[in-house]
Design a protein. Sequence first.
Length: 548
Amino acid sequence: MFKKIYTLSILLLLFSTTTAQDYSKFNLLPQPVELTRGNPNSRFEFTPQTTIIYTFGENNFKPAINAIQEIAENIFGTKIKCATKVNGDNNIILKKNNSLAEEEYILEITPENIIINSKSGVGAFYAIQTLKQIIPVQAYETPIDLNKLSLPIIKVTDKPHFAYRGFMLDCSRHFWSVETIKEVLDIMAMHKMNRFHWHLTEDQGWRIEIKKYPLLTQIGSLREQTTTGKNVGMDGIPYGGYYTQKDVKEIVKYAQERCITIIPEIEIPGHSLGALSAYPWLGCRGENGNYKTWSNWGVAPEIACAGKESTFEFWEDVLSEVASLFPGEYIHIGGDEAPRDEWKICPHCQQRIKDNGLKNEAELQSYVTNRIEKFLHKKGKKIIGWDEILEGGVSQSATIMSWRGAEGGITAAKKGNYAIMTPSGHCYFDYYQTTGRDDEHLSIGGYVPLRKAYELNPYDQLSPEEQKFILGVQCNLWTEYIPTKMQLQYKLLPRLGAIAEIGWCNPSPETKDVEGFIGRSKELSRYYYAFGWNCAKHFYEDDVQIGW
């Protein structure tokens, strides 16, 4: 996965004697809590003979061990040995330390050994991600024929501020291969992000195999064609794709190996044309509804019928299979942009409103949300919904994802509901990140440059007591106008680093150093290119080239 750049100047740099000033500055991202430099005249020599030492059983710490082996293999062309006992120096020693928090770690590079203290394999894995950035980028760029790599004497003590540090990828408007999803997970892991929100169902396509309802993928995953530009024409090309349950299990395992939990999103009750096209009896218009998976962008007016028991049976069957595939505690049920006009004229929905003493269609959607939540509780799952689910009232146990600004999260926190901050003005990466440039491809609109992303304040307008209800932050990438992997990565990087740092250390608005962050982000862009990832160059014009 690593791109090798063969240049004489880099070779000369890497094989020359390392001096103290080479390590006078560390551009780590996210920025650690505490970093202490040691003797500038000493070094740890990382070599193919370096040994990984663990004394507590391999399984829980396997992600960290695998991450070390990946680094060694890409630098030296070979994996290094593992052992359970220390025999001399030149080791990477993984120590279990129950006094630390779950994701906390202490990384010490001494002249003799690299020592990592952590309570769990997660903390150890994050220590290796920090080590990955301490290693000079030239080591990843050069041919694999090194026999040693000198590393500085340093101690890093680190832990995250927020428990939830997420990224959402829309796979419905455009479908992404298993390999592309894995590459996204690699990018997240390097930035110490731990929640992958996987958007799987939409008006434009249903993307996950449900064995009880095979037409969801046979019909609902396909659209006849796709709009060109902003709904100005059609390309006439059939489009589709979906993940088999085998694919899902493979991706879940890959994410677990990178300490990432996947949160699947199944849209309920709106954004449902993919499902309605396959099973028209789900809609208010029924079998004669003439439903088709949508070829346009935007929000289709159709919605699943909340008045029929058969609709709830469908949702419960689907969610049962989804719950069995994803071991995380959350399932996202969407709830956003639900067009409720059809409910107003649907006799089934109006009867449901009457039978349950509901005031209006907004409360009918809350009825749906609460009923689905109770069902998922029986499956051992919690729900997350977009901030629209607040409109008709929600249970105390529902978690709110605040996208229409910070208001939804603020309202949730004041009510005592947990919230995840993902306001579009800071966290929507389908928005433009520059203006007035010929090389910026078509986007949905909006403007979120790197600086704006870094200005996110998850605690804005909240008291210290209310701040306890903010679980974390998330950035989102909707893909209407993103048809290729290179454009996906261009939209994602370097802005993902801004939200990753807010999630990890949450610098206060008073002390936030935007220019310092941009400088570290610029340095990290070299690693992106060494690893074969595309990124936007707008803040580092003289250093890198756009690849898409």
